[in-house]
Design a protein around this ligand. Structure first.
Ligand code: GLN
Length: 484
């Protein structure tokens, strides 16, 4: 059962080939047997999962099943889950049991999906390797010496290791697409505002966006159908209707105009990754697409602009963790200042502290104009680059990551090299555009992802473009040897 996609599992449930209780049990058994190898779950909610599965079975028997009824899903530990520990990968929230569900969680529950547990992640979603987690690094199922990417590294690993058919992720600068690429799975970051951020622990509020991570684009479409939509509890949520994301999957790609930004194929891109991505582009030509070289001239400014905007917003968002209202509190504080200092000093790890310090500095009087305001202007330029590009092409393609998965420990001492892991993904967040990563080959045993960026609210087209490729190729069906 663990080899099936959501679409195949839903068909099996509907036909009565197996029950959701059997399916859920099978996944829980696999997690128990295999998760120690990758460390992809922080919390496994076995009893609640079995209860939800039985409830789903009753609905299925009553003929009331939706596409996700009875389907096991893993949730990134950044989403608040009622009655379940919600740690955000941090010691700060190691003792936090959320009193309510995030909108995303609520929607999956309403759809009858079964939560298997909460996935490991970089602390407060800050990282590109899942090594900043308080719960230890996650290992890449394709090569246990390698990182899975981050910050949704646990989510990518559970899908790749077949420890859940699908998972949720969040993407502030690449955290769905980059781990999807490094783990050989399919991931979609929707347009900013498409999915509610209510109950999703905030990192950088103007960039954060949740999305699906699964084996196929078709499964991502089913998940996005459930996740997307206006939410009055999130003031930045987009008030527009949700199309059926599966409706356009089968449209042929004849005449599709694909833009290849020359900046995404320049210095910094690993040669072997370039070769694999070029082969994927050739496949698109065979499917009838027309290729055009384009330019996104401000690409080189996206990482520096992001590392002002994201830390600035995080320094503000994380000020709520003060030892008073949430999470970790130090022992025996001698006064209020001591309580703040020691609670935060003990609760946050080094990467989070680095970001808070950079962000506080960038926002401080005297530096605000020089850093934050300047970064916002660069952000505008980056959005304009994309606007011009989408006047000429339908989608933009390139590598998701400049390299395949790197070794555990390889970049953890060097923040700048780590930050450059997101050189191709960050611009879409700064502009608020949707982007996907689709498995397109390997370098050695480590997977390569093809990135597809679309215009605002063009998720249906991205999914169509990815699905057609997956009909013609089988990279997305491959599984790591020891998790087959
Ligand atoms: N790797 C980037 C960072 O560390 C992006 C993280 C994310 O998208 N959550 O900030």
């Amino acid at each position: 059962m663990h080899t099936k996609t959501i679409v195949q599992l839903a068909a099996g449930l509907k036909a009565g080939e197996f029950s959701s209780a059997e399916l859920t049990r099978a996944y829980l058994d696999r997690i128990e047997r295999l998760d120690a190898r990758v460390n992809s779950y922080i919390t496994v909610t076995a009893a609640a999962a079995m209860a939800a599965a039985k409830a789903a079975d009753a609905r299925i028997r009553a003929g009331q099943a939706g596409p996700l009824s009875g389907i096991p899903i893993a949730q990134k530990d950044i989403f608040c889950t009622e009655g379940v520990k919600t740690s955000c990968g941090s010691k700060m929230l190691d003792n936090f049991i959320s009193p309510y569900d995030a909108t995303v969680i609520e929607k999956f529950k309403q759809a009858g999906a079964v939560m298997l547990g909460k996935t490991n992640m970089d602390e407060f979603a800050m990282g590109s390797s899942n090594e900043t987690s308080f719960y230890g690094a996650v290992k890449n199922p394709w090569d246990l010496d390698a990182v899975p990417g981050g910050s949704s590294g646990g989510s990518a690993a559970v899908v790749a290791a077949r420890l859940a058919p699908a998972a949720t992720g969040t993407d502030t600068g690449g955290s769905i697409r980059q781990p999807a690429a490094l783990c050989g799975i399919t991931g979609l970051k929707p347009t900013y505002g498409r999915v509610s951020r209510y109950g999703m622990i905030a990192f950088a509020s103007s960039l954060d966006q949740a999305g699906p991570m699964a084996r196929t684009a078709e499964d991502c479409a089913l998940m996005l159908n459930v996740m997307a939509g206006f939410d009055e509890r999130d003031s930045t949520s987009a008030d527009r209707s949700v199309p059926d994301y599966t409706a356009a999957l089968n449209q042929p790609l004849n005449g599709l105009k694909i833009g290849l930004p020359k900046e995404y194929f320049a210095e910094g891109l690993d040669n072997d990754v370039a070769t694999v991505v070029q082969a994927a582009i050739e496949e698109y030509k065979k499917l009838g697409a027309a290729i055009k070289e384009i330019s996104l001239p401000n690409t080189g400014l996206s990482v520096p602009a992001y590392y002002v905007v994201a830390p600035a917003e995080c320094s503000s968002n994380l000020s709520r963790f003060d030892g008073v209202r949430f999470g970790h509190r130090c022992d025996d504080p001698k006064d209020l200042m001591d309580l703040y200092k020691r609670s935060r000093g003990e609760g946050f790890g080094p990467e989070v502290k680095r970001r808070i310090m950079i962000g506080t500095y960038a926002l401080s009087a005297g530096y605000y104009d020089a850093y934050y305001l300047k970064a916002q202007k660069v952000r505008q330029l980056i959005s304009q680059d994309f606007k011009q590009a989408f006047e000429q092409v339908d989608v933009i393609m390139g590598p998701t990551s400049p390299t395949v998965a790197f070794n555990l420990g390889e970049r953890s001492e060097d923040p700048v090299t780590m930050y450059l892991s997101d050189a191709y993904t960050i611009a879409a967040n700064l502009a608020g555009l949707p982007g996907m990563s689709v498995p397109c080959g390997f370098v050695g045993k480590r997977p390569v992802g093809l990135q597809i960026i679309g215009d605002y609210f063009d998720e249906a087209r991205l999914l169509n473009v990815a699905h057609q490729y997956q009909q013609a190729t089988d990279w997305h069906t491959q599984a790591p040897e020891q998790f087959k």
